[in-house]
Design a protein around this ligand. Structure first.
Ligand code: G6P
Length: 471
């Protein structure tokens, strides 16, 4: 197998499978999220992406995407159930998000997590040329850095966690906490979204593993592991260009007309996930209608909630609750042809997404806890007109950068209602000043700046970061 100087290892490959017109299976680059974030970097380097193609059974052959080689790792039905849905998304995900849902612990899931991490580590070892840089992503693969170092001590290994890293009081619940920490410490550089997460990690390394640790480095055997915050971002130029496209502008006009040309459009776009604060937001909105602060004819809400991890019980329960609440609100406050909430669970293409951003007078991003939240950043990037108010949870990583957003504590229902009304009634000058300052920030700290900062810190020779220099 051809080996590469840069290997990205992530749970998912950056592809969606679809069916082409001739009936054959067709792979496309999937939009948004982590995948969208790394794409601009990989286009410039002979890179391999190691990941799961979705589904169970033998790994499919996935063609290169924009010159990046795709190396699919197979998962069996049992691996999907116990690794992906189990340990990753019913143990680690809730635990790392403030345990807003109860994390579930099963020994069988831990065994699957080890087994699948070993498989990913072996695939990465195979794909990396001598001395290569391997960049491991996210909570599904926390053991990979340690396992990979054991296989290939010649590699430079980075690990980046896209989700929050919890405070010691929570992390200490994990039955296999020492192994997970040691797995991450197999890396040369461990990156987090926020400085607080790096601090939590250092405290745990000292407490659980008795290692000498500061918020910048941790000594492990004869190595020094560096840690730090590298807030992830988006491709601002790409979103701006998309948002300016005539078909997007036209579509936005059409969407607004279809909504009945209201005075205000409030938009939320989330994965259907209990961390996103969807229920709290719906409650705030319905109380504002009930007490007459908001009139359905003047103000409409569009809630996009794309189903996610649908076989995990907590996600099924959430969907039922959200749908019952949307039904209740529309039943109580809507009229024929005039629902209080336009509720959509379909995934959108980028054009439709950009058009929605363009018509959102208020973008409500109010998660209970979120590593970063790239929707907030995409919205700011799409507002090439410098208009639009971002209502943003203090508990999203993005809040550390967007201090000019209308910040809220989503647990505080009265505060949420007040801030939403404040944003609705803000003067155009206030809205524009805030949006401009957020756009200035994003222009400097875009996806390339993120990758450059991380890879410069990881690969101290600077060879990889050079490739990312602006053309
Ligand atoms: C979060 C995680 C990503 C994950 C994404 C979608 O953003 O940090 O690693 O890919 O959610 O979730 P899914 O379970 O569909 O991969």
């Amino acid at each position: 197998m051809r080996q590469s100087p840069l290997v990205v290892v992530a749970n998912r490959l950056p592809v969606d499978d679809g069916v082409a017109l001739d009936g054959a299976c067709e792979w496309r680059r999937s939009p948004g999220g982590l995948v969208g974030a790394l794409h601009p970097i990989l286009k410039k380097t002979p890179a391999v992406w190691v990941g799961w193609a979705g589904g169970s059974g033998p790994a499919p052959a996935v063609p290169d995407i924009d010159g990046v080689r795709m190396h699919a790792v197979p998962l069996s039905d049992e691996d999907m159930r116990d690794h992906y849905e189990g340990f990753a998304n019913a143990t680690l995900w809730p635990l790392y998000h403030d345990a807003v849902e109860q994390p579930v612990y099963h020994r069988r899931w831990w065994e699957a997590y080890q087994r699948v991490n070993q498989r990913f580590a072996e695939a990465a070892a195979e794909a990396a040329e001598p001395g290569a840089v391997v960049w491991v992503q996210d909570y599904h693969l926390q053991l990979v850095p340690g396992l990979l170092r054991a296989l290939r001590p010649d590699l430079r290994i980075g690990f980046f966690l896209h989700v929050p890293f919890p405070p010691p009081e929570l992390f200490m619940q994990l039955p296999r906490r020492a192994e997970l920490l040691l797995g991450m410490l197999g890396a040369d550089l461990v990156g987090f979204q926020r400085a607080q997460a790096a601090h939590n990690f250092a405290q745990l390394a000292a407490k659980v593993l008795k290692l000498p640790a500061t918020d910048r480095r941790i000594a492990v055997d004869d190595r020094m592991v560096r840690i730090g915050a590298f807030p992830v971002s988006i491709d601002m130029a790409e979103m701006e260009a998309l948002s300016r496209r005539p078909e997007v502008v036209q579509r936005a006009r059409r969407l607004r007309a279809d909504l009945g040309d209201p005075q205000h459009v409030i938009l939320s776009i989330d994965r259907m996930d209990y961390t996103k604060g969807i229920e709290q937001r719906l409650k705030a909105y319905s109380e504002l209608i009930a007490n007459g602060h908001i009139k359905v004819r003047d103000t409409v809400m569009v809630q996009v909630a794309v189903p996610s991890r649908e076989r995990v019980e907590q996600y099924q329960v959430l969907r039922e609750r959200v749908e019952r609440e949307v039904g209740r609100i529309n039943g109580e406050f809507g009229r024929v042809g005039e629902p209080a909430i336009h509720y959509l669970t379909q995934p959108f293409d980028r054009t439709e997404l950009a058009a929605l951003y363009r018509i959102a007078d208020i973008m409500a991003v109010t998660p209970l806890r979120d590593g970063m939240n790239l929707v907030a950043k995409e919205y700011v990037a799409a507002r090439v007109d410098d208009a639009g108010a971002l209502l943003l949870s203090e508990f999203a990583g993005a809040a550390a950068e967007f201090t000019q957003a209308y910040l809220v504590n989503p647990h505080d229902l009265e505060g949420l209602k007040l801030t939403l009304m404040h944003a609705l009634q803000a003067t155009p000058t206030d809205v524009t000043d805030r949006m401009r300052s957020m756009r200035d920030h994003l222009r400097t700290y875009d996806i390339r700046a993120w990758a450059r900062a991380y890879l410069t810190a990881l690969d101290q020779t600077g060879a990889l970061a050079d490739r990312l220099a602006p053309a």
